[in-house]
Design a protein around this ligand. Structure first.
Ligand code: CP
Length: 315
């Protein structure tokens, strides 16, 4: 029987995962899935059904979760746009939607929602595991797992890394979840590079202080691009009200282009949860340090591992 994380079997926030669980359970299984998926369709989740309930748009998270289920022989029921095509449009609460789906013998429900805390509200009334696939400005815990898996694969270690998190930090949920996870490792230094109006929120900074994680706040990526092992770029979250102009040089420098590539260490990497808008120039894509599409690929192995742990822990 595998060791579990806090809050098992719901996945609601990145603080749930311990370093021990990541190192002994998650990384080995995700790496095994990377090999197993090449064999075609596995039988691990035969007869299991996953419901995906996405109230916000998604490409990577929904496709990788659904593919992770299908590649292991399981089934998926889904609504492409729950905000428009589920009974939410008639005024149904998320609690009643979940209570109803639980009547259909689903084995797990994956939810993306536009409100912070929506996945936790769902879990409070659910009789099956709930996975938070991103809730408002809150968290995106499975993204953080694929992010640390990517750092482990690309750099070989997470301890002692220097990472610049760049862009719309006040509204981005991926950087929040990743900060929580990095705090589980030692010797990590985080540079938050954002306009003053979009800096990381105090709750994360308080958590980092409490866990003795060193961090600095800056407004110009060029000041640290040559020192860091990872640049984690993020887009402006316009759907959450972001209004700063990232091309306004009076508020700072946040773009990744040839200038940044020339400053970076040869063994550093560039990550981005994607989708990209214009914050990484396409001229960067051919550089071997551009890890963001490999990072997206790691989402499949991450979600295969998580679904296997939740639905077939003894297989
Ligand atoms: N990284 C991520 O959550 O991408 P999607 O919004 O496409 O799912």
């Amino acid at each position: 029987m595998s060791a579990h994380f806090d809050g098992w079997p719901n996945i609601l926030e990145a603080q749930q995962f311990t370093r021990k669980w990541m190192e002994l359970e998650f990384f080995p299984l995700a790496l095994e899935m990377k090999k197993l998926v090449l064999r075609g369709i596995l039988e691990i989740l035969r007869g299991k059904v996953m419901g995906t309930l996405f109230y916000e748009s998604s490409t990577r998270t929904r496709f990788s979760f659904e593919t992770a289920m299908l590649k292991q022989g399981g089934n998926v029921v889904s609504t492409e746009n729950a905000r428009e095509f589920s009974s939410t449009v008639k005024g149904e609460t998320i609690e009643d939607t979940i209570r109803t789906l639980c009547q259909y013998y689903l084995d797990v429900i994956v939810i993306r929602h536009y409100e912070d805390g929506a996945a936790a509200r769902a879990a409070a009334v659910s009789s099956v595991p709930i996975v938070n696939a991103g809730d408002g400005k809150g968290q995106h815990p499975t993204q953080a797992l694929l992010d640390v898996l990517t750092i482990m694969i690309e750099l070989g270690h997470i301890d002692d890394i220097k990472i610049a998190m760049v862009g719309d930090l006040i509204n981005g949920r991926t950087v929040r979840s990743l900060s929580y996870l990095l705090a589980k490792f030692s010797g990590v230094k985080i540079y938050f590079v954002a306009p003053e109006c979009a800096q990381m929120r105090p709750d994360i900074k308080d958590y980092l202080v409490k866990h003795a994680v060193e961090f600095e706040e800056l407004t110009d990526l060029r000041d640290v691009a040559g020192q860091v092992d990872v640049i984690y770029q993020t887009r402006s979250q316009k759907e959450r009200g972001t209004s700063f102009d990232r091309n306004d040089r009076s508020i700072g420098f946040f773009d990744i282009n040839k200038t940044i590539l020339n400053l970076m260490k040869q063994d550093a990497i560039i990550m981005h949860p994607l989708p990209r808008v214009d914050e990484i120039s396409t001229e960067v894509d051919a550089d071997p340090r551009a890890a963001y599409f490999r990072q997206a690929g790691n989402g499949l192995y991450t979600r295969m591992a998580l679904l296997k742990m939740i639905l077939a822990p003894n297989f």
